[in-house]
Design a protein around this ligand. Structure first.
Ligand SMILES: Nc1ncnc2c1ncn2[C@@H]1O[C@H](COP(=O)(O)OP(=O)(O)O)[C@@H](O)[C@H]1O
Ligand SMILES: [Mg+2]
Length: 357
């Protein structure tokens, strides 16, 4: 079913992703993957998981507890701020650091689906809306059948979307407790979802019944803003959306929080600096320290002529400033959301990332 090929990263990057602080030679010697008598020059996400588990002294068959993993939902009440770019890149980085990741494309525009090379126009896709609808009608729900593999070994999977996801609000409207339809799907199929270390959800810009039901399943939303007036205005809209949900469902235990990620920052633009200063003073505790810079490589992620060439920067330009920002942001989200590697806190080896090589 997979439509694309991404072999993996070179030894130097693999070493950094593993947080191995010894010499490159020690890394190769200790973690050589036998490959016809040669050193394995390319490390897949699965290789990195195995290496990290060995560094953590975890048996390879260690499994997660049967509980839902952390859910990262990238939101903004405006298009073009980088929700898809950030969610796709974070998901890829988490997988390349050895976590098992499920992406859910929650946007009928299906740009996350395209970013990973799936041609949703010609493919038969069962999207998250369809899974939720079937579950609510007590029909059979085959979640595994809806999942497409992106990286081997179940390291990065996606439940893709297509334009028909735009229809979700029409049936959600008549559904009881519709704000919790997504949570119900997750909880009723915890066995499937618990196989992943983390779930990454991309969302549409609009405030809709679909975005609302996707939002309430996570504890803390990730608001992606560009440091520009229209984007910070949209953040106010998202804030009131969150407030309304908390007011309406607080009694049912909903207490949504949000965290702000600044994207496409260009330090040579004065308006960007002014807007960033405003964000810092308005959201002192919610703003992530890692600011993702404006980097043209993010635009090169999609090839308008051949979808098979699409892919996140970590795949296409792993040594770029864009990949650097993505990795820094990923590490901070691992801490914030307590994302684990097969149920073990993976922070200890991560602390040594950067000192490697
Ligand atoms: N940090 C960045 N630097 C440069 N271009 C970016 C950056 N982030 C996103 N882009 C570009 O901006 C456009 C919109 O990004 P996208 O992720 O599709 O936004 P959204 O999902 O919020 O609509 C895309 O062309 C993408 O390549
Ligand atoms: Mg998008």
């Amino acid at each position: 079913m997979s439509t694309r090929e991404f072999a993996g990263v070179k030894a130097r990057m693999a070493q950094e992703l593993c947080g191995f602080s010894g010499s490159p030679k020690a890394f190769r010697e200790r973690f050589t993957v036998a490959n016809q008598g040669q050193y394995h020059r390319i490390y897949t996400a699965e290789d990195i998981r195995r290496i990290r588990m060995s560094m953590l002294s975890l048996p390879l068959d260690t499994v997660r507890a049967k509980t839902l993993p952390p859910i990262l939902n990238f939101r903004m009440a405006k298009g073009g701020t980088g929700k898809t770019t950030i969610s796709g890149n974070i998901a890829s980085a988490l997988a390349m650091m050895g976590h098992k990741v499920l992406m859910i494309d929650g946007d009928p525009q299906a740009s996350l689906t395209s970013l990973f090379g799936i041609d949703w126009v010609s493919q038969n896709i069962v999207h998250i809306g369809e899974l939720m609808r079937r579950a609510e009608r007590k029909e059979t729900v085959d979640i595994k059948g809806a999942v497409w593999p992106i990286y081997g070994g179940g390291m990065l999977d996606i439940i893709p979307a297509d334009i028909t996801l735009a229809d979700a609000d029409s049936w959600l409207m008549g559904t009881t407790n519709r704000e919790f339809v997504f949570s119900r799907l997750l909880e009723r199929n915890v066995d499937v979802f618990a196989e992943y270390d983390v779930i990454v959800v991309d969302s549409a810009p609009s405030t809709s019944l679909l975005t609302n039901t996707l939002m309430t399943a996570c504890k803390r939303l990730l608001a992606v803003v560009v440091p520009e007036g229209p984007s910070t205005k949209a953040l106010e809209i998202l804030e009131s959306n969150i407030q309304e949900l908390n007011d309406a469902f607080g009694k049912q235990g909903l207490n949504l929080d949000f965290h702000v990620i600044v994207n496409r920052y260009n330090q040579t633009k004065k308006p960007h600096n002014d807007e960033l200063a405003k964000l810092v003073s308005k959201y002192p505790s919610q703003l992530n320290d890692t600011i993702v810079r404006d980097f043209i490589g993010f635009v090169r992620q999609t090839d308008s002529f051949d979808e098979k060439n699409n892919g996140p920067v970590l795949e296409k330009e792993p040594n770029s400033v864009g990949a650097r920002d993505v990795l820094d942001l990923t590490k901070s989200l691992i801490r914030m959301f307590d994302i684990k590697l097969a149920d073990v806190n993976s922070l200890a080896p991560l602390a040594s990332v950067g000192r490697a090589a």
